[in-house]
Design a protein around this ligand. Sequence first.
Ligand code: GS8
Length: 222
Amino acid sequence: MSGGDEWILIDFWSSMFGSRVRIALAEKGIVYERREEDFPKKSRLLLEMNPTYHKIPVLIHNGNPICESWNIVQYIDEVCCFAPFLLPCDPYERAQARFWAHFIDHKLHTASIKTMSYKTKEELGAAEKEMVEHLKLLQDELGEKAYFGGEEVGYLDVILGGFCTWFSIYQDVGSFSILDELPKLMAWAHRCIERWTFSESLPDPDRLRNLVHNFRRRKGIE
Ligand code: GS8
């Protein structure tokens, strides 16, 4: 990487996946241009740069598009081969970090969608139970560490960090108190949000709350 590199991020403000990339770029101190999508419309740039999925985020580095947030964050860490290093050096620890990132995208994200789109009390109860179970596993993985990366922010902090603002939304839309059930994980989230790299990368909570309520109203479930 050189000082003259060009970084463009195709993004959408509320996205937990986009937030990850913003956090990683901020942690590495990379200046980039942000191109905001106007969903449900999709820009020609997005369609061209992510012809497979047509989804944000896409990071364009010197004209080369990189897709999928988990992949983009790894790319940023590899190209910007200077501190803070996000992925651990140790191959086993790297494998573990990638394992939990996969868990977050496949298990936690699915439960999160269910929590946002429930129709009945029963559906909400089941979704919340699932969500808390998944988050408890992540809390166990965090253990007594300040961050998943240890003393410093690491890959998993960035990957789960995209969800930080969403935690308060789950409480608002649902009926449960994540805070009571997951004190260590919530303390971790607060620690992350205190960093400017996270706070400037995460969506505004009130704007996000409105988005979720509008989504539920549009779907006729609120
Ligand atoms: C998910 C990206 C995604 O869902 C990743 O980058 O990690 N696995 C991918 N992006 C959404 C916005 S966030 O909810 C998106 O682009 N949606 C537009 C669409 O599906 O039409």
